[in-house]
Design a protein around this ligand. Structure first.
Ligand SMILES: NC(=O)c1ccc[n+]([C@@H]2O[C@H](COP(=O)([O-])OP(=O)(O)OC[C@H]3O[C@@H](n4cnc5c(N)ncnc54)[C@H](O)[C@@H]3O)[C@@H](O)[C@H]2O)c1
Length: 384
């Protein structure tokens, strides 16, 4: 049955955007996909290609249109206000899922051009989206991907987005204090502030999802392998769990930056998709900025490496773990206790990092083992 709701996905070609598009395509939403392939261009420029050679959206649209004909793709840059507003005005989406950012901390710390490009791209795409919504359809629900990295590693519990402050016997609810440890994370903090400004002044409705590092694959087994998402494992665009699994399969040590005591909250890509579906179904009231901490489990890096190493023994893969100098400036020993009950209250049943899940990812990597480029894994972006 046709689902009347119109959803625009900004950054639909990305690691998260593409599987999200496929999921919503199956659910028969009316879809408008947007991407300018900047990630692919940067992967080529910095010689850090993904594991598999994934074709561009234009050539895959035919397969999706067989499942759902209400799906269109536009190759535009979200930082170009005229281009974005033209499509926004024409389509008037009910919700926009905003993935269209440069999400790499190492890229954002590579040099001044990369730092500025991250700030400019991320802020301008968020600003243009907020402006389009405010001007052309202020009822539209913005679902924005934020990051747990916005909070940093404070010495108190991390709440879901907001904190009640009692100061000299008066109370006020504020955005939870944030302190990013890269220009990328700082750009996400600025995004949140920008959206909060538009919510306060213009009564927009926004869900900001503070997501932890994502891992895994969402392959929709029933689909053609040409529809698989991009899987990156390099030092610039890869995320840690995927990188560790590639290192293990390639027979090279799992590299821990610094002491390995850094704790973060992680999430399986299957749960990213479930959370965004929950956000679509539970839109905030006008004038409300809803914030969720989107992760399912906390690990320190050392335990994560040991866990992956143990699971992969079941596939007869022997791994070594090696500590290397930390290229980042971050606290290596710290308190970390982040709340994540919001999504569970809406119905999320977490997919945990079990042996089965690690093996599932490893089997995908093994099927592409000959394509692993070992020279792009060790860190080459240094904060110091
Ligand atoms: N992957 C993670 O572990 C993770 C964790 C926390 C938060 N996030 C957030 O989720 C979002 C998506 O992450 P991802 O891993 O899918 O990233 P990704 O780089 O794979 O995807 C982003 C997509 O947006 C596109 N894009 C970027 N700027 C654009 C622009 N100006 N115009 C049009 N398209 C543009 C890129 O080409 C790319 O296809 C990001 O905002 C990121 O900050 C990701």
């Amino acid at each position: 049955m046709k689902n009347k709701m119109k959803i625009m996905i900004l950054g639909a070609d990305g690691y998260l955007g593409w599987p999200m598009a496929i999921d919503l395509c199956f659910k028969q939403y009316n879809l408008i996909l947007i991407d300018n392939y900047i990630k692919r261009k940067l992967q080529k420029k910095y010689k850090r290609l993904p594991l598999d050679n994934i074709s561009k959206i234009e050539s895959k649209l035919k397969i999706l249109k067989k499942i759902n004909k209400n799906i269109d793709f536009y190759n535009i840059d979200c930082t170009n206000f005229d281009a974005l507003s033209k499509i926004f005005k024409k389509t008037k989406p009910d919700a926009v899922i905003h993935f269209a950012e440069l999400p790499s901390a190492p890229y954002s710390m590579f040099g001044s051009n990369e730092s500025w490009k991250t700030l400019q791209n991320n802020l301008q795409s968020t600003f243009n989206l907020a402006w389009c919504v405010k001007t052309y359809n202020s009822n539209c629900h913005i679902i924005k991907l934020g990051t747990m990295g916005e909070y940093g590693t404070p010495n108190i519990d991390i709440e879901e987005g907001w904190i009640d402050i009692n100061h000299k016997k008066r109370n006020q609810k504020f955005l939870y204090p944030r302190q990013g440890s890269s220009l990328y994370h700082t750009s996400k903090i600025m995004d949140t502030d920008l959206l909060w400004f538009y919510v306060r002044l213009y009564n927009l409705r926004v869900t900001d999802l503070m997501q932890g590092p994502v891992y895994g694959i969402n392959t929709h087994n029933e689909l053609d392998t040409s529809l698989y998402p991009m899987f990156t494992y390099d030092d610039m665009f890869g995320t840690i769990i995927n990188r560790f699994i590639v290192q293990a399969v390639a027979g090279i040590p799992l590299t821990i930056y610094g002491s390995g005591h850094q704790i973060r909250g992680y999430i399986n890509i299957k749960d990213t998709i479930k959370c965004i579906n929950l956000a679509i179904k539970n839109q905030p009231r006008r004038g409300d900025l809803k914030i969720f901490n989107q992760f399912t489990e906390q690990f320190n890096v050392k335990d994560l490496a040991n866990k992956i190493s143990k699971s992969l023994k079941l596939l007869d893969i022997k791994t070594k773990i090696q500590k290397i100098n930390n290229p980042r400036i971050e606290k290596e020993k710290h308190y970390y206790n982040a709340k994540n009950s919001g999504m569970k209250k809406l119905g999320l049943k977490p997919t945990l990092l079990t042996d089965k899940i690690i093996i599932e990812i490893a089997k995908y990597v093994i099927s592409n083992k000959d394509k692993i480029n070992k020279s792009i894994i060790l860190p080459r972006s240094n904060w110091k």
